[in-house]
Design a protein around this ligand. Structure first.
Ligand code: 5GP
Ligand code: MN
Length: 318
């Protein structure tokens, strides 16, 4: 049984590192901090390594313990959370050198790159997988741990809206409300509050939004110049892809963002509503994700990247 193997490896390890994917979202941040708190209860002091920590999650417990790098050469155990792909794992050099590795994730496209892989693609958030796991390990999900977990659930379900939400999601939330977790405060902080820069980027993406294929696809973009103009910080592009998806008649929303380190490459984000499996589309470009939310990195100019994506989408649009 994998859960038994996981707890056995945790118990054996002294030096543990916790990692997650690049451009970390609420589920990535929430699950790493929740794991740190859980390991604390087991008497382990683990390192969380996150190079670019979005400001909106600064309110979470253990934030000040997060490191950008480590001086430990070789960890006994590395735990990867919410990351389907070894290439996207920030600090994968620590993962590679660690004596034992565990991958915990909820992406169907997970490459199973750990010694132990605990992947449940049905779960709406990696954080929700942790609930069952921690209960099995007899770890108490207190107010602090619950706040981290709920942050991941709220962000990855768009505020309990997406179809992957289960009865357990609400049961757990109700339980945390009873324990005093301020659910509406978390919700407001992570979903309802926009930075000024995010708002300015939204203005630009809305202005440029194109409707393609009879209005079934929306396409928009931002460049490095935009990011510079609005003085964008880490995470300020989050949520921009959702706007197109929420428009009547749209099946797929496509949003591309120029790479800061390579002006001839774009980070693609896709969202779909009913039937297009955007994870499959992104897999064609070496990316991945979920059926209704996925991403990839594509080389070329804005126009070239758009054409590459449209060629694939046209084949599957009804
Ligand atoms: P987002 O559009 O919010 O960046 O990502 C949506 C989903 O797709 C997330 O679950 C994310 O992990 C996944 N994803 C985004 N970009 C990539 C990528 O380049 N490769 C893979 N494998 N997954 C990605
Ligand atoms: Mn996630």
């Amino acid at each position: 049984m994998t859960l038994d193997n996981i707890i056995e490896e945790i118990r054996k390890a002294e030096k543990i590192v916790i990692l997650t994917h690049e451009t970390p979202d609420g589920d990535a941040i929430g699950s790493t901090l929740a794991m740190k708190l859980a390991l604390k209860q087991l008497g382990k002091n683990a390192d969380v390594i996150i190079k670019e920590f979005p400001k909106v999650f600064d309110f979470l417990p253990e934030r000040e313990e997060v490191k950008q790098q480590s001086d430990i050469e070789k960890y006994d155990l590395a735990i990867s959370l919410d990351c389907a792909d070894f290439k996207r794992l920030v600090g994968n050099e620590y993962f590679e050198k660690a004596k034992q590795t565990i991958v915990i994730d909820h992406h169907g496209s997970n490459q199973m790159y750990g010694d132990i892989n605990f992947v449940n693609p049905v779960s709406p958030a990696c954080c929700q997988i942790l609930i069952g796991m921690f209960q099995y390990f007899n770890i108490e999900i207190d107010k602090e741990l619950g706040t981290c977990i709920l942050t991941g659930i709220i962000t990855d379900t768009g505020g309990f809206r997406y179809s992957k939400v289960t009865a357990e999601t609400f049961e757990f939330t109700a339980d945390l409300l009873q324990k005093g977790v301020n659910v509406s405060d978390i919700y407001k902080r992570v979903l309802d509050t926009k930075t000024k820069a995010n708002f300015e980027l939204m203005r630009r993406t809305l202005d440029r939004m194109e409707f393609l294929e009879d209005g079934k696809i929306t396409f928009t973009y931002i460049t490095n110049k935009d990011l510079e103009d609005v003085n964008a910080g880490i995470g300020d592009h989050e949520g921009l892809v959702e706007i197109g998806r929420d428009i009547e008649g749209v099946e797929v929303s496509v949003f591309i963002r120029q790479r800061e380190d390579n002006e001839n490459a774009y980070k693609v984000s896709m969202r779909s509503n009913d039937y297009v499996n955007v994870s499959d589309v992104c897999l064609m470009f070496g990316g991945g994700g979920h059926e209704r939310a996925a991403g990839a990195l594509i080389q070329g100019s804005i126009e070239q990247v758009k054409q590459k994506i449209m060629n694939e989408l046209k084949k599957i649009l009804k």
